[in-house]
Design a protein around this ligand. Structure first.
Ligand SMILES: [Zn+2]
Length: 451
């Protein structure tokens, strides 16, 4: 099935997304699209100075051509608007003053805050994408910080998404690199789902899985063309990100798109990680989370888990009380630690249940390992692809030290109840050993691990 027909089929199944228009010059039809999906207006365009400069005039011209009355709200681009519930609520209060249809003109942050604001008002909205920089245009979740805790809040995706390749291919190359990084994360995220499936924790969904995984290798195949802004490569990237969003909506959670790679990234996003004076974007954090996870996978695949002794390992496993204490020392007092305790408790098993899971793991390991090998790329191959796409790949690329990376990896599993590679390593008692083997300490030469 071609990517266009796959998107069409996914849109037909979507509860909210009614139309996705991707192509060169499609901005000229923005007004007609608006009329089809939202009626006569008015439209209220929400942008920042950067997205406005990229396509504001073209969007206004497109809407005006169909006689849609409009107003605009353009936020400063520097510093970049922050993805917070507070900003979403300010926009909600602004939009509540009339009956306009929100039109998000921008990429990640703009779309996420407008998505949340529109949902709060129970209004549909139009998303006009300006970069292939992340997968949230068509997804139901809005990853926003609420009093410092980054969480994915279930909302509704845009009713209509417009992606004009003339705009998207002209986005700053760094932003396209972020989208490549967000998409690259689906390689280890898929592996995490395979683990959860094999252990009977969370079955793979036959609808959402192929929406992400079937085309993934082809969307990632030409990183150098992506970096150059090649139309075909950027169209593949944007279409892939669109399908990932639809897969999350179809599945009802971000499982099809997010695993340990995103948990690591979320930690940095919550810390408001900055590098060279700029906040490090979601896709950049995910790119490094992706290679980090793949380094751990490289190590895991070299292990023989059929030799696990369930009784011995289960008897030495951390109790929930011990994990709770560890969370307190890791995160300190406050919202993040409190949430982490709940998330961790939701997936914690011990005693007989843990012994049973470990016995199952030992039994299925040869088959599971083979499935993982088909799914995964080596960290080294992914690092090369990310760099070719103009994306960061190593912790140093985003200003994270080796030691800070190791600390993040040890903490990341506490953030979400979702079962990933990190939980498998934790429950088998191998997490510290894997981190020691796969991730260098400060001062050590960077290890170009492979398998
Ligand atoms: Zn993402």
């Amino acid at each position: 099935m071609s990517v266009e027909s796959t998107i069409r089929a996914a849109v037909a199944r979507s509860a909210t997304v009614a139309e996705v228009v991707v192509g060169a010059g499609v901005m000229a039809g923005a007004g007609a699209l608006f009329r089809r999906q939202f009626g006569d207006g008015p439209a209220w365009i929400i942008a920042d100075e950067a997205s406005w400069a990229a396509a504001g005039d073209r969007l206004e011209a497109g809407l005006a051509a169909a006689g849609i009355p409009l107003r605009r709200h353009v936020m400063p681009a520097r510093p970049r608007p922050k993805p917070t519930v507070e900003l979403a609520n300010r926009l909600r209060d602004m939009l509540a003053t009339d009956g306009s249809t929100p039109v998000a003109l921008g990429s990640g942050v703009i779309n996420d805050v407008v998505k949340h604001a529109a949902f709060s008002l129970d209004r549909p909205y139009l998303c006009v994408a300006t970069a292939a920089s992340m997968d949230g245009y068509t997804s139901a979740g809005a990853p926003l910080s609420d009093r410092g805790f980054k969480k994915t809040i279930q909302c509704r995706p845009a009713r209509a998404v417009l992606g004009d390749l003339d705009v998207i291919a002209g986005a700053p190359p760094a932003m396209t690199g972020w989208g490549y990084g967000d998409l690259a994360g689906k390689v280890p995220a898929g592996a995490d789902w395979i683990i959860a499936d094999a252990l009977g924790i969370e079955a793979i969904d036959d609808v959402a899985w192929p929406m992400v995984q079937q085309g993934l290798r082809s969307w990632l195949a030409d990183p150098a063309l992506v970096a150059k802004g090649d139309r075909g490569a950027v169209e593949g990237l944007f279409s892939g990100l669109t399908l990932v969003g639809l897969a999350m909506e179809a599945h009802g959670s971000s499982r099809p798109a997010s695993g340990a790679d995103h948990q690591i990234a979320h930690l940095w996003e919550m810390e408001d990680l900055h590098h060279l004076g700029e906040r490090v974007s979601h896709g950049a954090c995910v790119a490094v989370g992706c290679t980090t996870t793949l380094r751990l996978y490289d190590w895991l695949l070299s292990q023989d888990l059929t030799r696990i002794d369930p009784d011995r390992v289960a008897s030495q496993a951390l109790t929930l009380a011990a994990k709770t204490a560890l969370i307190a020392t890791t995160f300190g007092p406050g919202e993040i630690g409190a949430r982490a305790v709940d998330e961790t408790a939701a997936k914690h098993v011990d005693g007989a249940a843990l012994r049973q899971r470990l016995a199952l793991l030992a039994k299925v390991w040869p088959d599971l390992r083979a499935r993982l090998q088909v799914q995964l790329m080596t960290a080294q191959a992914m690092r090369a692809a990310l760099h070719a796409a103009g994306a960061p790949a190593d912790e140093a690329d985003i200003g994270v030290t080796h030691d800070a990376l190791r600390t993040s990896v040890m903490a990341a599993r506490f953030l979400r109840s979702r079962y990933t590679l990190l939980d498998l390593l934790d429950e088998t008692g191998l997490l510290a050993e894997a981190v020691e083997a796969a991730l260098p300490r400060e001062g050590a030469a960077t290890r170009q691990g492979g398998r």
